[in-house]
Design a protein around this ligand. Structure first.
Ligand code: NIG
Ligand code: FE
Length: 414
């Protein structure tokens, strides 16, 4: 099965030599080919180049992309899309003056979602979650990481991770799964956090490992949730199972979470709305990808990750949605890319690199996705007719996508 995309106005994020991730000044470099062709064979990128060299063999499908651009599908490395119900009531409470922390302290927030999820059957949870997965695919996402963390009991955490496993089996989009049992302290352990940590370490983690339900471990390292030493304890135990850390740090408080991530070779440290100079410094020359979640900053009206300062200091940066019912109820990577440009002063080149190759790296998928490179999966966005790739973030809130291909197959908009 060979498909030819021809007359592509501009083929974006072309890398003939494989790249792991891009950082600092290199983030502003987005290689492209104007008036290009792209050949996809059996779901993989087989060839590409200038139309001057377009092959003429028999293709089973030819797509004329005249006036349109082609780029790698978005790589969303941080979501919580397996959740039950929504929290629009809390959204209205915030509009009326309550803070995110006030709501959490009153038993709302993550505990509210956990209660709903505990009462939801696995089938119902699957059906609610697949709607979100299908939605993000039509919005151009070709790889996604999904976290547990709205269960907070053995049964419910396993329920979420089994739903993720089912999604992986039934959908062609690349999915990575992360165990986030340390997302909040359940009410029963309100005055006994140590007890909850013991349950996580001695009961829940071994069961998840036995069923091979997680690739990564996450912890909400934050005041009122889990401390740096709680985080290090969990990461230490996770090592036994080969789970790589991808952790929530510096959302509201800079308290050493970034340092803990680097110390435990985290694949990514995510949120980073509050960054001290020392937090930027410790990330330099490491393999840990900083991940910004501008949809969360937008929705909660909290500071944006200081992308300019971080990139200017030579760091890489990835962008993700954080799609979840409390702090970012949107999985729209197009909005995230636009918001990164509008609110974080990232250039379109930096934002597109952050949402493709750097996002792929933050899921361990840099060899499979995130660039137009021979041998990678053909997860592609075909834009509507547009003048330049700058139009993608410029046209915020509008859809610039005409079609999406996952492993070479067009996703149908139902
Ligand atoms: O990444 N910060 C921690 N967890 C989620 C939000 C949790 C919620 O409010 O449901 C986040 O923002
Ligand atoms: Fe999150």
């Amino acid at each position: 099965m060979a498909t030819l995309f021809k007359n592509i106005k501009e083929l974006i994020q072309v890398r003939r030599e494989p790249v792991t991730f891009v950082s600092g000044k290199d983030m502003n470099n987005l290689p492209t080919i104007k008036n290009a062709f792209l050949v996809v064979v059996n779901g993989f990128i087989a060839d590409f180049g200038s139309m001057d060299n377009c092959p003429e063999e028999n293709f089973s499908k030819i797509v004329d992309a005249k006036d349109k651009m082609v780029l790698p599908a978005w790589c969303d490395s941080h979501t919580h899309i397996v959740y039950a119900g929504n929290r629009e009531g809390e959204f209205v409470d915030r509009i009326k003056g309550m803070t995110y922390t006030d709501i959490a302290n009153k038993g709302g927030g993550i505990l509210n979602s956990a209660k709903k999820l505990q009462e939801t059957s696995e089938d119902d949870l699957y059906n609610q979650s697949k709607v979100r997965l299908e939605e993000i695919m039509t919005l151009g996402t070709g790889a996604v990481e999904i976290k547990s963390g709205y269960g907070l009991t053995e049964d419910s955490e396993l329920k979420i991770l089994r739903v993720i496993k089912r999604l992986k089996k039934n959908y062609s989009i690349c999915i990575k799964s992360t165990f986030l049992g340390a997302h909040a302290i359940p009410n029963e352990y309100k005055n006994n956090k140590k007890g909850y940590l013991e349950v996580l370490i001695n009961d829940i983690m071994p069961k998840i490992a036995k069923e091979q339900l997680a690739e990564y471990i996450d912890v909400f390292c934050e005041t009122g949730y889990f401390s740096v030493s709680d985080t290090e304890l969990l990461l230490k135990h996770a090592k036994k199972f080969g789970w790589i850390p991808k952790i929530h740090v510096n959302q509201f408080t800079a308290m050493g979470g970034v340092q803990a991530g680097v110390k435990y070779n985290a694949l990514s440290v995510d949120h980073l709305e509050v960054m001290r100079d020392e937090d930027i410094e410790v990330l330099k020359n490491t393999s840990t990808m900083p991940v910004a979640l501008p949809g969360c900053s937008y929705f909660l009206s909290i500071p944006y990750t200081p992308a300019r300062k971080m990139i200017d200091a030579g760091l890489p940066l990835a962008l993700a949605t954080d799609y979840n019912p409390g702090s970012a109820p949107s999985g729209n990577m197009n909005f995230v890319v636009a918001t990164a440009c509008v609110k974080m002063n990232m250039t379109p080149e930096e934002a597109i690199n952050a949402a493709t190759i750097n996002g792929a790296y933050a899921m361990g998928l840099e060899n499979k996705l995130g660039t137009i490179t021979k041998g990678k999966w053909a997860n592609l966005i075909i834009t509507k007719p547009i003048n330049s790739y700058d139009f993608i973030p410029y046209s915020f809130g509008n859809s610039v996508i005409e079609s999406v291909y996952i492993k070479g197959v067009e996703i149908k908009n139902n």
